[in-house]
Design a protein around this ligand. Structure first.
Ligand code: GLN
Length: 283
């Protein structure tokens, strides 16, 4: 059996629309780039087939591919992930791109950024990578998540650019002496799924940390806390930027308006769902 035949087997085993998963798992197993699968004359050893089979079985049971390989990609960068962190979603790249576009539009050179609920660090790390002089503080309530985020910052060579901090939203930010006390940008992809909806979601999502998903009864718990507090931590004209769930924009816009944020904008994702909202601090 050669790699192409083994891939074919994996694809059949996982079922429809899982070719990509079968490929990623085979790449992980053989340490061979998918582009080489079709031309490789390599003879698959029994032990390789067995270890691929083990990965396929895990995937078949609903474990997300990224947790099996402990790796994913975000903004063209590699991230280590495990069950303690949410797997970065492609839609979240729209939030990061919105920051990069704003910086160009407003010619903001030096930027101080606070990333709330950093998870594996994908937002903070890609911002540190793409904004050369950015100074970033990234928080998470979970120690385990911060451990993963620090590992990723090191992996991507930006450990010195980011201060990681354990905090329930802002709780401890004001108590401790941080290198930064006010920010140009506060950014967050907070948990925003309604508590009652989580159980109904696909089996893959059930493997992700509930605290990274659960936004309370109406899904808005974190926005309700972050919006009013942000006014005090943002510089004048600073931006508060969120990822949002598809049915939340009206309510979050109202919260921002109530706290006197202006120039409020909403950005759709590639499936035309409202995905990002941001506004500018009036203070
Ligand atoms: N900031 C991370 C992400 O965007 C984690 C978000 C979360 O845990 N809710 O993927």
């Amino acid at each position: 059996m050669n790699p192409a035949e083994l891939l074919n087997y994996g694809n059949k085993h996982l079922g429809e629309k899982k070719l990509n998963d079968a490929k990623i798992l085979l790449e992980h197993c053989l340490k061979l780039k998918p582009s080489k699968f079709y031309f490789s004359k390599k003879n698959i050893k029994t032990c390789e087939k067995n270890s691929y089979q083990k990965l396929l079985n895990k995937r078949k049971k609903g474990l997300p591919t990224a947790y099996i390989t402990e790796e994913t990609e975000f903004m063209g960068l590699k991230f280590f992930v495990n069950k303690n962190v949410l797997i970065p979603r492609q839609e979240t790249e729209i939030l990061v791109e919105a920051v990069l576009n704003l910086l160009t539009a407003y010619h903001l050179p030096l930027t101080t950024i606070l990333d709330i609920g950093t998870g594996c660090g994908n937002i903070a790390i890609s911002l540190a990578k793409y904004i050369p002089d950015a100074k970033i503080v990234a928080t998470d309530i979970s120690k385990e998540a911060l451990h993963v985020a620090k590992k990723n910052a090191k992996l991507n060579g930006v450990l010195d650019e980011i201060t990681f901090f354990q905090s329930d939203i802002f709780e401890s930010l004001t108590t401790y002496h941080l290198p930064l006390t006010t920010y140009d940008i506060i950014i967050s992809n907070p948990p925003y799924i309604k508590s009652s909806e989580i159980k109904k979601l696909q089996k893959e999502i059930q493997h992700e940390p509930k605290i990274a998903l659960d936004g309370g009864k109406d899904g808005l718990n974190f926005y309700k806390k972050i919006v009013p507090m942000s006014r005090k931590l943002l510089k004048k004209n600073g931006f508060l930027m969120f990822e949002i769930g598809y049915h939340h924009s009206k309510k979050i816009r109202k919260m921002l308006e109530a706290d006197k944020f202006r120039n409020i904008k909403i950005i759709n994702d590639y499936s035309r769902q409202e995905r990002v909202i941001y506004g500018q601090n009036n203070n």
